[in-house]
Design a binder for this molecule. Structure first.
Ligand code: ADP
Ligand code: ZN
Length: 223
């Protein structure tokens, strides 16, 4: 299965994509994580991407699309992929469709995690992430058991450089201008599953899995 997780910054894409990927035994491809990993290894890719990320803008399509197409050619992607943070505009969505069609595959479902703008702003300011396993925490809503340490793996927690108030605003602006139109694009393709993203992590996760499961049963009984 090829699933796209769509939603604004702070909607919980990363957390939920990991849950879905594990359940479906699919690879989890998070372009934001890939760029941040590249930054730590100081690669050429990172040098090109960093200035955009710092400003909260999209990394140019040619760089992003090339990176993703290389990644989906890897052997762990043959059984399916959960895309998180990609596609983020129409051009990327079309490039993904083309690449999958060439392999006789398609994006099966798109889960749109819907969260109100007020809630997004609150979540993004106060976010801490594990340096090792990328699990996100929130200073108020979901603090770690030991301050500064990951519950899952004991890794060090850090705040993303682009989680500052100004950059958060720019990321939301870019989202509404460039990424939100994909909701329409995938609705027209008959692939969109809208899920309420407010509530606890487990609660939202269950809604998503139920929605994917329900849509598959619907398909089978129709076919
Ligand atoms: P969030 O969705 O919470 O803003 P991500 O970790 O997905 O965070 O992305 C962080 C940054 O990485 C983005 O603001 C952007 O600069 C860059 N990025 C990630 N995915 C893409 C993409 N598909 N296209 C262009 N830039 C991207
Ligand atoms: Zn961790």
């Amino acid at each position: 299965m090829y699933i796209v997780i769509l939603g604004a910054p702070g909607a919980g894409k990363g957390t939920q994509a990991a849950v879905v990927a594990e359940k479906l035994k699919a690879a989890h491809i998070a372009t934001g994580d890939m760029f941040r990993e590249a930054q730590e290894q100081e690669t050429e890719l990172a040098r090109q991407a960093v200035s955009y990320m710092e400003k909260g803008q999209l990394v140019p399509d040619e760089i992003t699309i090339r990176m993703v197409l290389e990644r989906i050619a890897a052997p762990d992607c043959v059984n399916g992929v959960v895309f998180d943070g990609f596609p983020r505009n129409l051009k990327q969505a079309e490039a993904l469709d083309e690449a999958l069609v060439e392999q006789g595959k398609t994006v099966d479902k798109v889960v749109y995690i819907k969260v109100s703008e007020t809630e997004l702003l609150e979540r993004l300011s106060g976010r801490w992430i594990c340096r090792q396993c990328q699990t996100p925490y929130h200073a108020l809503n979901s603090p770690p058991k030991t301050p500064g340490k990951c519950d899952r793996c004991g890794g060090e927690l850090y705040q993303r450089a682009d989680d500052t108030v100004e950059t958060v605003k720019e990321r939301l602006r870019v989202y509404f201008a460039q990424t939100a139109p994909l909701i329409d694009y995938y609705t027209r393709a008959g692939k969109l599953l809208e899920v309420d993203g407010e509530g606890g992590v487990d609660e939202v996760g269950e809604r998503i899995l139920a929605s994917i499961g329900g849509s598959l049963i619907g398909q089978r009984s129709r076919g």
